[in-house]
Write a protein that binds this ligand. Structure first.
Ligand code: GLC
Length: 741
C-alpha cells in the first residue's frame, strides 16, 4: 500500500497535476485513436426528426451516413424509443470507433407526465416537490433513451411580455437559484451512472431573461455589477449543485453573442465558477453570429465559437464543415479541440454509455415506466401547491356547500391550457381538463358553457354563458392564455386579458352571481381593469397532466391553496417590468397618492396616475386559513464581518382549518458602497400548521447572503446596518434590525 502511495505521489509530482479520474483516463485513451474529424463529430449535434437535416450550406445531409462516419456525437428531438435504439445501434455497430450517441431533449417540466410549468412550480416554494418532479421526468425520459435534458432554465426575469418566463422561476435570484439547484439534483440524482438519471443543462447562459422590451432573442445589455447581483446567482447555484452541462443563450452579452463570448465561457464559467462539464450552443446559435453581425460567414462563426471553448454545436453544422480547415490555418488549435471533445466523452463515460450504450431506453422499459400512479399523484400534489389564491372576497372559496356551478370560458375543456409549452411527449387523452376535474369532484352540479374562444367571440357564446350562470349558484370562469402561447418566441406587448374574455366576464358579472376566475396562463397578467368583476381569483397557471383534478381539489376545499407568487403581477402593461427588489432611487415614492387631473406634480419616482406597487407582489398568496407572524427576534443583533446572523419569528395558524404557510425572510442593506435593493429574499420555509398551531421559524443569514458586488467589484460583505422582515409576502411588515461591525 505504502509503495503505491509513494508511486502515486511521484506520478503526481512528475505529472504536475491531480491524478486523473477513470473517466479522464478513458477519454484520453480514446482521443488518441480519434481523427480530427471524429473529434469534431463528437462536438456536433443534429436534430434529424425535424425533417430534412441541412448542413451549414443548406444542403440536405444524410444523418445515417454521418453517424457511420463518426460525425455525429449527439442527437436531439427524436420521438420514440425505437428511433433512439435504432440510431444508437448504427453508431455502435457501424462507426469506426463505435462511440455511442448522446440523445437529448427538452424535458423541462415532465416527459409523458407533464408537471406544472416551471414558473408555477416555483410558486410552490417546495424544493422537495420540485426536485421530485425533475427526478420523475428523468425516470420517464431515460426509459425512452434520452440521457440529457436541456433544463433547468435559470434565467431570472421580471418581464411577463417575455413568453419564456413560463420556463423559469421568476424575478428573484435567490428563489431561482434554489429552484435551479433542486432541479439539477432531481435530474442527476446521486449518480449519473444510475440509468434513470440524466444530464442536466444550465441555460441560457447568460442573462437571456433580460431582453430589451421583453422581446425574445433581443439585446441584453447591463452592467457587470447588475449581472453579478441579479442574474448570475442561479447559474452559479446550479453549477455548484453539479450540473453536467451548460447551454449558451441566443442573446448578445456586452455586445458579444454568448456563443462566441470568451469572457462568459472561459473567464467566468471555467476560471471563476470552475465549471468542468461541457457547453452546448443553443439551436443554431453559432450560425446566428452572422445575423448578430459579429461573424462575416460560418467559417468565422465556427472559429469564434471554438476559440471561446464552446464544446458542442447544436445543429448549425459549423464545426464539421469548417473545423479541420480552421486547424489547418492555425486559427484554432487541435489541442483546444481535443480538450473540448474530451469534456463530451467524459460526460458519456459518466453516464455509462461506453459500458452499455443501450442502458437507457428500450420500448418495453418505456411502456412499463410511464404514467405510474404514484408519479401521477406527485404531479397532482405539486400542481395543487403551485396554484396561488390571489383574491377570495367573503370567503367565496372553497365551494363546499353543494353549490350548482356554471363552468364557463375558452379553456374549460382544453388539455393544452393544462399543459403549457415544451411538452413534446404529451398525451392530450391522458390530460385531465378543468371540466373533467369538476365533473369528477362535483357530480351532477356542473354545467358547461364555453362563452368565447381565447381571442375571439363565439356566436351566441355569451348568451349561453349567461343562461348557464343564471341557472347556477356560482359562475366559475376559466380565463387566461392558450398553453402554446407561452415559452419561446411568445413575446406580447400586452398581458391584459383578451377583449373577448373581458366581455364574457363582464356579462357573467351582470347576472349578479358570485364570480370565481381560474386563471390559466404561462405568465403574470395585468388584471387591474377586471379585478373588480372577480370575487375570487385562483391562479392555476398551466398545471400539467393532473391539472383538472388539482384545481378541483382546491376549489372543493379538499386541500387549501398554498402557492405564493414567484413573479409580481402588474396592474397594467405600463408598469412592466415591476419587481419587489427594486432600488430606492434618490426620490423614492412615499405613497402620497396619485396626481389627480388638476393637482400639482409629485417630484418623486412614481407615475402620474398609477401606483408603483404591483397588483399582487412577489411572495404573495392567500390560503383558506389565516397565518399570523409575530415575535420576530434577531438572536444576534450585532456581529463582526464573517459572522452569521440568526433571526426567528413565530408563525401561527389563526384560521379555521389546517394549511401550509410560506415563511419568507427578506433583508435590506441600508447603506453600502453601491445602491442596494429595498428588499432581497434570503430565506424561506414552507410549514404545514394545524388550526391553532404555532411554530417558530429560524433563519441564518450567512456572510455570503450579505455579500454583493461592491463598488470595487469584489463579491463580499460590508459592515453596516441591516433591516430584516419575516412574513408571507415581499411586503411583510414584521421587522428587525442588526448591525455588522
Ligand atoms: C431552443 C431553446 C432552448 C432549447 C433548444 C433545444 O431554441 O432556446 O431552450 O433547449 O432550442 O430545443
Amino acid at each position: 500500500m505504502k509503495k503505491t502511495v509513494i508511486l502515486l505521489v511521484c506520478a503526481t509530482l512528475i505529472g504536475g497535476c491531480t491524478p486523473r479520474s477513470e473517466a479522464e483516463r478513458f477519454a484520453d485513451n480514446l482521443l488518441k485513436k480519434m481523427t480530427l474529424r471524429e473529434k469534431l463529430g463528437q462536438m456536433s449535434q443534429f436534430a434529424p426528426s425535424t425533417g430534412v437535416v441541412t448542413g451549414p450550406d443548406g444542403d440536405p445531409i444524410d444523418v445515417y451516413a454521418m453517424i457511420k462516419a463518426g460525425e455525429i456525437g449527439s442527437v436531439l428531438n427524436l420521438k420514440t424509443p425505437q428511433e433512439i435504439e435504432h440510431m444508437q445501434r448504427i453508431a455502435v455497430d457501424s462507426s469506426r470507433l463505435g462511440i455511442p450517441i448522446l440523445f437529448g431533449h427538452d424535458i423541462i417540466h415532465g416527459c409523458k407526465i407533464i408537471f406544472p410549468i416551471n414558473l408555477a412550480s416555483a410558486c410552490s416554494w417546495n424544493l422537495d416537490a420540485v426536485r421530485k418532479s425533475a427526478s420523475i421526468a428523468a425516470y420517464e425520459a431515460s426509459a425512452m433513451g434520452i440521457a440529457w435534458t436541456f433544463s433547468p432554465m435559470c434565467d431570472v426575469s421580471a418581464d411577463p411580455r417575455w413568453g419564456r418566463v413560463s420556463e423559469g422561476a421568476g424575478e428573484d435570484p435567490y428563489l431561482t437559484a434554489k429552484m435551479s439547484a433542486a432541479m439539477v439534483e432531481g435530474y442527476q440524482g446521486a449518480s449519473l451512472a444510475d440509468s434513470s438519471t440524466i444530464l442536466s443543462c444550465v441555460k441560457h447562459f447568460a442573462a437571456y431573461g433580460a431582453p430589451e422590451a421583453g422581446r425574445d432573442y433581443n439585446t441584453v445589455d447591463m452592467s457587470e455589477r447588475m449581472f453579478r447581483d441579479r442574474y448570475l446567482p442561479p447559474y452559479k447555484a446550479a453549477i455548484e449543485s453539479g450540473a453536467a452541462t451548460v447551454m449558451t443563450s441566443f442573446n448578445d452579452f456586452d455586445a458579444i453573442p454568448a456563443s462566441g463570448n470568451d469572457w462568459l465561457l472561459k473567464t467566468l464559467l471555467r476560471d471563476e465558477l470552475g465549471f468542468d462539464g461541457f457547453v452546448v450552443s443553443d439551436y443554431r446559435a453559432i450560425e446566428e453570429m452572422m445575423a448578430h453581425g459579429t461573424a462575416a460567414d460560418m467559417n468565422e462563426a465556427a472559429g469564434t465559437a471554438l476559440n471561446a471553448n464552446l464544446d458542442m454545436d447544436m445543429v448549425s453544422g459549423a464545426y464539421l464543415a469548417y473545423g479541420e480547415a480552421l486547424v489547418e490555418e492555425g486559427i484554432v488549435s487541435e489541442k483546444e479541440i481535443e480538450s473540448m471533445c474530451r469534456n463530451i466523452l467524459i460526460a458519456k463515460y459518466k453516464l455509462g454509455l461506453f459500458d452499455d450504450p443501450f442502458r437507457y431506453g428500450g420500448a418495453d422499459r418505456f411502456d412499463k415506466s410511464i404514467y405510474k400512479e404514484e408519479n401521477l399523484e406527485s404531479a397532482r400534489e405539486v400542481a395543487r401547491e403551485s396554484m396561488v389564491l390571489l383574491k377570495n372576497d367573503s370567503g367565496l372559496l372553497p365551494l363546499d356547500s353543494g353549490e350548482r356551478i356554471a363552468l364557463i370560458g375558452p379553456f374549460v375543456s382544453s388539455p393544452r391550457a393544462m399543459l403549457g409549452s415544451w411538452t413534446a411527449f404529451r398525451d392530450f387523452d391522458r390530460t385531465v381538463t378543468v371540466d373533467m376535474g369538476f365533473k369528477s369532484r362535483f357530480p351532477g352540479r356542473v354545467s358547461v358553457a364555453k362563452g368565447c374562444d381565447a381571442f375571439d367571440d363565439i356566436e351566441g357564446g355569451i348568451a349561453d354563458a349567461v343562461r348557464a350562470a343564471d341557472k347556477a349558484d356560482v359562475a366559475v370562469l376559466v380565463l387566461g392564455l392558450p398553453g402554446e402561447l407561452s415559452g419561446e418566441a411568445a413575446s406580447m406587448t400586452s398581458v391584459e386579458l383578451p377583449d373577448c374574455q373581458k366581455k364574457l366576464l363582464s356579462a357573467v358579472r351582470q347576472t349578479g352571481k358570485p364570480v370565481i376566475v381560474l386563471l390559466a396562463t404561462g405568465r403574470p397578467m395585468a388584471l387591474e381593469s377586471v379585478i373588480d368583476d372577480i370575487d375570487a381569483l385562483l391562479l392555476v397557471w398551466h398545471p400539467g397532466t393532473m391539472g383538472g383534478h388539482a384545481i378541483a381539489d382546491l376549489v372543493s376545499g379538499d386541500f387549501s391553496p398554498s402557492g405564493h407568487l414567484a413573479m409580481s403581477f402588474p396592474r397594467c402593461d405600463g408598469q412592466i417590468p415591476v419587481r419587489y427588489n427594486y432600488k430606492n432611487t434618490g426620490r423614492p415614492a412615499d405613497g402620497v397618492g396619485l396626481r389627480s387631473t388638476n393637482s400639482r406634480k409629485i417630484y418623486q419616482s412614481c407615475y402620474l396616475f398609477t401606483p408603483n406597487a404591483p397588483l399582487y407582489p412577489f411572495g404573495y398568496g392567500l390560503s383558506y386559513t389565516e397565518f399570523s407572524f409575530d415575535s420576530l427576534e434577531v438572536l444576534t443583533p450585532e456581529v463582526a464581518l464573517g459572522e452569521s446572523v440568526r433571526i426567528r419569528a413565530r408563525v401561527s395558524n389563526v384560521g379555521n382549518r389546517e394549511g401550509a404557510a410560506v415563511a419568507q425572510l427578506y433583508m435590506r442593506d441600508l447603506v453600502a458602497s453601491t445602491t442596494r435593493p429595498v428588499r432581497e429574499l434570503k430565506g424561506f420555509e414552507k410549514l404545514f400548521l394545524k388550526k391553532g398551531e404555532s411554530r417558530f421559524v429560524e433563519f441564518v443569514l450567512t456572510p455570503d447572503d450579505m455579500a454583493f458586488c461592491r463598488k470595487d467589484m469584489e463579491f463580499a460583505q460590508e459592515p453596516g446596518e441591516f433591516k430584516v422582515w419575516i412574513g408571507d409576502s415581499s411586503d411583510a411588515a414584521l421587522e428587525g434590525v442588526f448591525v455588522v461591525k
